[in-house]
Design a protein around this ligand. Structure first.
Ligand SMILES: Cc1cc2nc3c(=O)[nH]c(=O)nc-3n(C[C@H](O)[C@H](O)[C@H](O)COP(=O)(O)OP(=O)(O)OC[C@H]3O[C@@H](n4cnc5c(N)ncnc54)[C@H](O)[C@@H]3O)c2cc1C
Length: 420
């Protein structure tokens, strides 16, 4: 692979001249978000040369941001279908997840970026991402109150950015008909949202193609070779050596196989059902509200139920510490179905569509590892555990800020690799 010199004067060049028109997008009918009235995207001429290791959501989001800000970018990906991005539920749920401290701040900021980020992806790709500001409802069972769990007694933080509402027994049923008779109320998080992660991946893939990111699929990175002076010298793969000016490690749950980082897999099993056995032509004839009886994500204690606007319902997820043990298990699926039917009984009659599993990249404190490494030309973006879909836009922004401008957000120290 060609090796380019890392250019020191990026900032001026990015802000400056040599923009070329990428595409005229306003006439595309497949997605009609209002922001798509913007007619042209201007892409800076290629500047530095960055190699991203991994083919999941982090790799894609970072590659796109780098490219849009002037870098020339290539991705080395062993198997894009193995990515957790494909396996996830797509919840954007900083409040329902009851996150604390700097992780809560990071996730709330990323949630705020989502509408514009997905609009940009849709405009670039011409594909829908399924971003849906549906809100998330956290129903509470009577048994949870008897157990004195804090769910009911402690109100989650309520502010303009994090509005929260307690709904009593009758209000929670107005918000979502069909809930279990055991549900005695629920927390409503109107700003939490969701995205259809598989559509998101498709849109990102197409956007990367549009902007000229080079994707090497089926390439397994075997070693990050270290040279003199705290520098990566080259990337060894099963298909030869690759070099660049800068490198990003974004290999998800497999990251520790490539670099000494405390990231390990947490397996999650998932399944989906379809509300009705509708044919495509029926779907076109109906609006989504008449197809999908669920109006928002339901986030229970051990289960979440995520409706898509086309009538699919995604149910997840187990959380298992079993390394890379592949496959769905009867116990896993039994647990998911039992909890889901308990929370939303009518789900028991919907036809099963698919079962699958994936591996969350998890660190000891369950926070991601972001930013600089012990090597000057290696940046880290891994360990996003169960919030990687949510954190994709802010991860892309921070990593790009760091690589192109050595600019670190005030929160970044809390996510550095050397906190362990
Ligand atoms: C069941 C489940 C449900 C989830 N639900 C949600 C949710 O609702 N909301 C949310 O925000 N997050 C969710 N997540 C978490 C989210 O999916 C992950 O945090 C995120 O996708 C991680 O992205 P990544 O790019 O770091 O890793 P991945 O998406 O796993 O990508 C890593 C990529 O690196 C490649 N790779 C690995 N090793 C090598 C190598 N040696 N050479 C080349 N390529 C390599 C892999 O093939 C893979 O394509 C869920 C995860 C799971 C498993």
């Amino acid at each position: 692979m060609r090796s380019l010199k890392f250019k020191q004067t990026l900032r001026g060049q990015i802000a400056g001249k040599n923009f070329r028109i990428l595409a005229k997008l306003s006439g595309n009918k497949s997605c009609d978000r209002s922001r798509r009235t913007q007619a042209f995207f201007a892409l800076p001429e290629a500047l530095p040369d960055v190699l991203v290791l991994g083919g999941g959501l982090m790799a894609m989001a970072i590659a796109l941001e780098l490219r849009l800000r002037g870098a020339s970018v290539s991705i080395l990906s062993r198997d894009r279908s193995a990515a957790a991005a494909y396996a996830a539920a797509g919840m954007l749920a900083p409040q329902a997840e009851k996150l604390q401290g700097s992780m809560a701040q990071l996730c709330l900021r990323s949630r705020d970026l989502y509408p514009d980020w997905t609009a940009k992806l849709e405009a670039l790709s011409g594909l829908e991402t399924g971003y849906w500001a549906s809100g998330i409802l956290n129903p509470v069972f009577a048994s949870e109150v008897h157990n004195h769990t804090p769910a009911l007694t402690t109100a989650p933080a309520d502010s303009e950015q994090t509005p929260t509402q307690w709904l009593d027994r009758s209000a929670v049923r107005q918000q979502q008909p069909g809930l279990s008779p055991e549900v005695i109320g629920g927390w409503w998080f109107p700003k939490d949202a969701q995205v259809d992660n598989r559509r998101l991946v498709a849109a990102l893939t197409e956007a990367l193609r549009q902007v000229g990111v080079v994707w090497h699929e089926g390439v397994t990175v075997t070693e990050i070779e270290v040279g003199q002076g705290r520098q990566v010298r080259a990337i060894a793969t099963d298909q030869g050596r690759f070099t660049a000016a800068h490198y990003v490690l974004a290999a998800g749950a497999w990251s520790r196989q490539l670099w000494d980082l405390p990231v390990s897999p947490r397996k999650g099993q998932m399944l989906s059902v379809q509300v009705h056995n509708l044919q495509a032509r029926d779907l076109q004839a109906q609006d989504s509200s008449s197809i999908q009886p669920l109006r928002q994500v339901l986030y229970g204690d051990h289960i979440y139920i995520v409706p898509r606007q086309d009538g699919l319902i995604v149910v997840g997820a187990t959380l298992e510490n079993v390394e890379f043990t592949a496959g769905n298990t009867p116990t896993g699926l039994h647990q998911l179905l039992g909890e889901a039917i308990r929370l939303y009984p009518q789900l028991q009659d919907f036809p099963l569509v698919e079962t699958w599993w994936g591996y969350r990249p998890t660190t000891p404190d369950e926070l991601p590892i972001l930013g600089p490494s012990s090597l000057e030309n290696l940046t880290l973006a891994t360990g996003h555990h169960r919030n990687g879909i949510l954190l994709a836009p802010i991860t892309a922004q921070w990593v790009t800020d760091w690589i192109l401008e050595q600019n670190a957000d005030a929160l970044l120290p809390d996510f550095r690799w050397d906190r362990f």
